[in-house]
Design a protein around this ligand. Sequence first.
Ligand code: F6P
Length: 195
Amino acid sequence: PRTVYLSRHGESEWNVTGQLGGDPVITARGEQYAKQLSVFLRREFRGQSMLSVWCSQLRRTWLTVRHIATDSCICWRSLNEINAGICEGMTYEQIRTELPSEWEQRKHDKLRYRYPGGESYQDVIQRVEPIILEIERQTKPLLIVAHNAIIRSIYAFYKGLRQEEVPHVDIPLHTLIRLRTRPYGCDEQRFELLK
Ligand code: F6P
């Protein structure tokens, strides 16, 4: 499609506690974002339901897209967040103090570091590749609501970023990114829907 919208899910309960991964639901603020997102898109498409919506198989993304007017919504497992293995459910502070060697290794090479029992950014980039091919086959505008590492990977593909840059791209919560593909690169606009 010419236009791809990217967003993380609305704030989850574990965003508040700072815990990684899991399958938490969204908070009241996250729900506010979900509503704002549907309002914004309704205006953007003047009520026509010509938008396809993709989310992950985790509850926080589904809860974020559920108000959006669309006739096609797909939940992809390959859009699930990076698997943090033994660190799932931990905070960064816990990892730093309880698993200092893991913390150091990740800090040293965030792209290649693989969580024990989980994934690395390289794994995620590979996992998302078929999704990118699938995006490219779409004809309608597409909204993808997923997670930090996933949105970073998809965004980096469209912006032509190097793999090393992927783990460090800034993708804030409650911000909708609109990418419009051009013959050379793509235009980007960011909409902060909740301050
Ligand atoms: O904190 C939210 C989250 O989506 C975690 O589930 C995930 O592990 C993390 O962000 C990915 O960001 P980073 O790779 O910078 O730790």
